[in-house]
Design a protein around this ligand. Sequence first.
Ligand SMILES: Cc1cc2nc3c(=O)[nH]c(=O)nc-3n(C[C@H](O)[C@H](O)[C@H](O)COP(=O)(O)O)c2cc1C
Length: 203
Amino acid sequence: MNVLRVLANPKPVAKSASLQIEQAFTEALKAKHPDATIATIDVYRDDLPQIDEKVLPSHFGAPPADEETARKMARRGEILGQLLAADLIVIATPMWNFNAPPMLKAWVDTVLVAGKTFRYTASGPEGLAKGKKAVLCIASGGVYEGPTAALDTLTPMLKTQLGFIGITDVTELRAPGQGAGGEKAAASTAAAIEAAKAAAARF
Ligand SMILES: Cc1cc2nc3c(=O)[nH]c(=O)nc-3n(C[C@H](O)[C@H](O)[C@H](O)COP(=O)(O)O)c2cc1C
């Protein structure tokens, strides 16, 4: 099994519910599959060249305009390669302003590439990353259920983006209500960690 961990939080693990959920999941997964290959991209600490004026044409296949753009495109290719090599993608992210931290979106903009992870056909777009699975480890300050569920634009966005490239088997592990702090927040994280261990047993 090839696993790709996508860590999208500038906080240290000890202060992040989403990273703690991811850690519990991955540790349990490793215990069950000691031979699993695990790659990691930390989008706040690793090099992740974003689309800019010169990268944009190359994103659509134009030769790099200069050496720096060539280097950026090579690195973007490596990041895409990590996704293509993975059977399971584990994403850890906080909710920021009802959505993702910008560097997670930058990662998405690196791995959704026409001709690599999706293609356009006569009958519409087709995902080329079929057969992969994803796990989302999400922490939020609020609780988005019932009438407030629609305020969570993070989960539907990630599921749309993953679905677009053919990844529709998505497990959600969430620790909502972190804004309450204290025992309530700790209980939410603890429940998500238990859910993460149980989820890992199903892979
Ligand atoms: C910049 C920023 C924006 C945030 N926006 C929201 C938000 O829109 N909704 C929400 O429920 N929590 C929001 N929060 C709170 C975080 O989601 C919460 O602290 C969560 O625990 C972060 O995950 P972490 O513990 O893994 O860092 C925000 C936090 C930050 C730093």
